[in-house]
Each structure stands twice: as structure tokens, then as C-alpha cells.
Design a protein around this ligand. Sequence first.
Ligand SMILES: CC(C)(COP(=O)(O)OP(=O)(O)OC[C@H]1O[C@@H](n2cnc3c(N)ncnc32)[C@H](O)[C@@H]1OP(=O)(O)O)[C@@H](O)C(=O)NCCC(=O)NCCS
Length: 197
Amino acid sequence: MRQSETGPQPRLASVANPLRFRHPVRKDGQAVHDLIDSCEALDDNSLYCNFLQCTHFAGTCMLAEMNGEVVGWVSAYRPPEEPETLFVWQVAVAEAARGRRLARRLIAKLLASDSCTGVERLKTTITPDNASSWRMFEGVADEFDATISDKVWLCGEEHFSGDHDSEHMLTIGPIDAGDASATDLDEMPEHTTAKAA
Ligand SMILES: CC(C)(COP(=O)(O)OP(=O)(O)OC[C@H]1O[C@@H](n2cnc3c(N)ncnc32)[C@H](O)[C@@H]1OP(=O)(O)O)[C@@H](O)C(=O)NCCC(=O)NCCS
């Protein structure tokens, strides 16, 4: 059937794949744990740790869900000694949802949330071989016209006895968290919900 016979068609993606961003709640812990578990590049943490992130640190974590399934996750916190820094702990995007700038959008949504008021820089650690992660954080720096610097923070030999690659500390700044909502990453359909109780 031609479109002219039926009128404008709804955008399939917005009907079938509504993307929803929200802070996590306690019951998300298991789904978050499973998503992280599915990402080979990520170190596992205990399920208990993920429940803590979904409760005590919920304000500085953000998830994306599609059709009720958690497809994206960013965990972060503001270090007590350095509250103007948002330290991004882990970012995980389900394999099927990668390459659509979902990770970048999760970070932008998080920075735009009330709990990031006053954040001036973003820090994270990355291993040298994680090309998509480096590219993704370079993209975040570009979005904010910020500079990016890195130095070894945990050395493979010295801190991991050679059992783990070195972790480089990236610093991205200056960032005006208030500008996060103005980024141009909102081209995908989505629904935003209020933080659930
Ligand atoms: C890293 C990760 C979060 C990125 O998620 P994403 O939603 O696909 O990220 P984005 O689309 O915002 O950005 C990915 C960028 O990396 C690029 N990229 C993807 N794979 C790449 C590769 N193998 N080599 C180089 N660049 C790559 C993409 O082209 C994109 O850059 P562009 O937008 O300039 O084209 C996702 O791949 C993931 O969950 N990986 C496993 C867990 C992990 O490594 N987390 C990060 C460390 S905490």
C-alpha cells in the first residue's frame, strides 16, 4: 500500500523501540549486573555493589531501557574530596544497541540531572586497548568543547602484578553540567521518566 493511500506513517523506531532514560532503583540491580556481565571489557563487581549503585548512588547513575530491558548503563559518583568532579566508573551498552551514541547520551543525561549541578569536570579510567571507549569519551569532550588529558593511574605491573592492563585516568574539562541538556545527541526517539520511588 502506498503512503499516499494511508497518510503519514508513524516512525517505526519511535513506536517499536522507545528509549527511556532514568535513574536506577533498587530492583534494577540484577539487570544492571547482567548487562555488565555481558560486556567482556568490563570487570565484574559483586551483585551487591550494583545494588548499592542503584540505591545509595542512584542520583549519579543513569540507565537506558528499551521495551522494558536495560540496554545502557553508566555508574558514577562525585568523590567526597572532589565534589566538582563526576567520576564515571563504568559505562555499558548492550551489543545490539552500540554505535548509536547511546553511551554519550547516557552521560549527557546524567550531567543534565539535578545531582550533577556544579560538576566542572569528568574523570574516568580506561585501558589503552579499549578503542570504542576512548573514541566515545573523545566525543564527550567534543560535545562540551572541553580538553581531554590522560595519565597512567593504576600501572599494570606496579598495581596489578601484571595481571591487568594499566588504567589511564582521563580528565575532561572544563564542563558546564548545565550545558548538557543542550547537546545535540537527542536524534533518537525517547521517553524520559521521572525518577521512580
Ligand atoms: C564503550 C561503549 C560503552 C560505547 O557505547 P556506544 O553507545 O556504542 O558509544 P558511542 O556510540 O557513544 O561511541 C562509540 C564510538 O566509538 C567508535 N567505535 C566503535 N567501535 C570502535 C572500534 N573498535 N575502534 C574504534 N572506534 C570504535 C564509534 O564509531 C563511536 O565513535 P563516533 O561516534 O565518533 O563514530 C560500548 O562499546 C560498550 O558497552 N563496550 C563494553 C564495555 C566498555 O568497554 N565500557 C567502557 C569502559 S567503562
